[in-house]
Each structure stands twice: as C-alpha cells, then as structure tokens.
Design a protein around this ligand. Sequence first.
Ligand code: ADP
Ligand code: MG
Length: 485
Amino acid sequence: MVNDCTAVWNNCLQTIRRNVNNQSFKTWFEPIRPVRLSNGALTIQVPNKFFYEWLEEHYVSLLKMTIRQELGDTGRLEYQILMAKAGQQPQMHDNQIRVPMPPAAGKSKFKGKNINMPGGMDAGNIKNPFIIPGIKKLKVDPQLNPNYTLDNFIEGDCNRLARSAGYAVSKKPGGTAFNPLVVFGDVGLGKTHLAQAIGNEVLNSNPTKTVLYVSCEKFTNQIIESIKNNAVNDLVNFYQLVDVLIVDDIQFLANKTKTQEIFFHIFNQLHQRGKQIILTSDRPPKDLEGMEDRLISRFKWGLSADLQVPDFETRRAILESKMMKEGVHIPPSVSEYICYNIQNNVRELEGVLVSLIAQSTLNNREIDIDLAKKVIRNFVKQINKEISVEFIQGLVAEHFEVPVEKLSGKTRKRHIVVARQLSMYLAKKMTDQSLKAIGDMFGGRDHSTVIYSCKTVQDLLDTDMVFKDTVVELEKKIKLTLNDR
Ligand code: ADP
Ligand code: MG
C-alpha cells in the first residue's frame, strides 16, 4: 500500500537524517520518492541514473542498515529511475529501470531491466515499436521525459520565437502554420528539451492525443530493422497513428537515402492529415547536407526557429531554476562566476552545477568560487588560462585603437588615459592580481593610482550609459576571446 511505503520511507529518512549532513540530505535524499512496498522490497524512485549511482557509491551501507532496521534482515531496496539524465543517448530515455539492490556486501553492478519500454527492435515487436504492453486499448508510449516542460524552459531573447511557437503548437497541434516546426541550434542549447516540452504540453492539455518522440538515430535503426524483416509497411502504418511526431536531430538523416525516402513518406501522410510534426536539427534546414531537396523543401513549409546562446541574465535564470530543482543554495557570487565562464552551452552549465554539488558533498566543503573554479577547469577544456593583465591591456588597446605600450607610458591624452584607467579597472575586476602588481604592469604606477583609476571608471560607469555599454561589451569580449583560444 502506498501509505505503508511512505511510512516506511519516512522512518528511513529519520535515520538517514541523523547520519548525513544537511546539504547531503537535501541533495540526495529529499528528492527520493517512495513508490511501493511489496514482498519485503521497498521501491524508491530517483530522478536519474547519476543519482542512483551516487547513492550506491556513497550511501549503500547506510541504506542497507536503514532498510534492515525497518524491514528486517530480508528487507530489500529497489530503485526506479524516473528518466535519463538530460543529454544522454536515446536508449536512456527508456524510463522506469528497476535495479535490484545487491543482496550481500558485494559491490553492485548496474543491472537495468526494462519494464515498460520495448526498444522496438525485436522482429516480433516491430509493428508497434512503442506500444505499452499489458494495456488493451492501443496506447503508444510517447517516450517523453516528463521533466522537460515549457514551464521550466526558461525564456530569454535567445529562444523567444521557438518557445512561443512551441507553445502555440502545443495548444493546437497540426492547427497552426507552424507545421512542421523545426527547432534548430547548436548542441546543448535546449532543442531536445523544447521539443519534448511541446509533446508533454500537448498531452497535458489533451491526454487523448498520441504523441511520439523519437531520436533520428532510433528512427533510422527501426527502418533498417524493418527493411531486414520485410516490415516497412508495418512501420509506416504505425507512424500513421501518431498525432504529434517529434523527430530529434534530423541532421542524422544525412546521406541515408532509404531512411529519407521512408521518412518523406511518413511526413507527407501525417502532414496531409493535419498531424503535427516537430523536428530538431543542429543547423537551419537550408544548410542540411546530404539531404534530398524535396525533404528540405518540406522542412521549410512551416516555421524554422532557432535557439541561440543565452545571454548572461538568461543563463543566470536557468542556473537558478536548476538550483531550485536540485534544492541547493549557491552564493550569488558563485553562480555569477559560473554563468560568466560557461557561456555557450546550457548542458555544461548544468554539468558544472551537478559536479559542484557532488564535489562539495564528497569533500564536505562549502560551494565557493575556488571550488567552482576547480570544477569549471575540469569541465571546460578551453578555459585553461586565467585572464592575465597583459591580455586585458591588449584587448583594451585594440578597442581604443591605441598602441598597447602607451598604456604603460606617461601620455595624458584623453583617450589614452581612459584606455589606461579602464585596463586597470578590468585588471582589478577580472584577475586575482594585487593593486601593486597591477600598478607595476602599467609602467610602475603605485597602488593608489590603480585605486584612483578604478574609482574614476566606476564614476563614469554610473553616469555614462554609452561608456557602460562599451565596458560590458569589452568584458564579454575578454571572456569570449579567452574561451576561443
Ligand atoms: P540540445 O538538444 O540542443 O543539445 P538539450 O535540450 O539536451 O540541448 O539541453 C541541454 C540541457 O540544457 C538540458 O538539460 C536542458 O534542460 C537545459 N536547457 C537548455 N535550455 C534551457 C532553458 N532555456 N531553460 C532551462 N533549461 C534549459
Ligand atoms: Mg538534443
């Protein structure tokens, strides 16, 4: 009974709380949901595989002890993994993996067992590769990750069009001009999230609709398999059942002539019957290579909307929403630092957050800038250099079109003075150098000159909007150029 499992789990939580620190408890135990208690086994649901592995690695004895205390010596714990961690390979969208807990003290081996996902590759299964077994009425498992919603897809200038088109489509699938809706953009910018969110929203508003998400890779495999088994028609017929078809990463159709042909057929049939098609791609349809023209021209029928790199504020908002979801608190200066340094990829932003939580739990230390630096260094290969004062001088000199050596000279010409003071200001702000060290690098000026420069620049920033914009741009450029190296 549900209540039993909740009660048992609550007891377990009390024991666990006494044995781990608060941060760990919040991070690793609060998100767990008890699912059922049957035959002496308590099943708990964890958000993803990472979570499961973490628990197994770090808390296995505590969990065992706790379960034994609650359920006796024969008590067992089983995990249910709600869904794949974002960004993993398609097969990880297979949800509901049950993992039996190892009986004795031996080290566990991850034994995933699929309970409701077909995979769809067995010959006997091909007719309805996504059917949920055991349900009489034809029901297609949409293959959606319920964690991807429109609500938690943070809006910014970078995604406004795609997001609102997605919203419109979800309210009237097949009934807008956005058919197909093609969402394109670089890796890690939220294509999969948005496409799945639309699917989830359709089902939310209209549970009777048949929605199906499929990665291009899986789709291709199904086709290969169906050709082998002489079952292409079955596959095509199956796809005709769908009201909303989401195909992720269609760039992988490139140079697969047969797959393209079948996809073309499915596309036409669905489109003709007013069904919604949502596609994602890592580039705009016109730039897709190795693709038949007739297919590309179909892609252009609807709306192509791109996802761009989110600006600083949007990155902040995304990170904060992830922090809330994970139930962690990170000082604002640290989240600012992260967003400053991880610019081009939301997935990396998340990765840094997860690593930070892991590192801080593992080493039992506070999340601070030093830890963030360490994690980011591991994460972003490009950031292998600290920003140096010379680097800033070079960029500022270039921007103001003054020879860089003038910054260390004695010239009092107005624009050179501004460039010099601004370089000092940026050096103070963006490097770890002391005032004295900075002064030294500007022709041996003393630290009070650096303080004076910083103050002058700050005053200008407070009063001169144009100047402020210049400085913001320069800071961005310094970070960006650094990442590009
Ligand atoms: P893509 O498919 O473009 O490579 P994903 O959809 O897998 O990217 O996104 C990578 C990660 O970034 C996902 O975990 C997703 O939730 C997150 N993400 C991207 N954009 C946003 C956003 N605007 N708001 C919230 N999370 C986002
Ligand atoms: Mg993707």
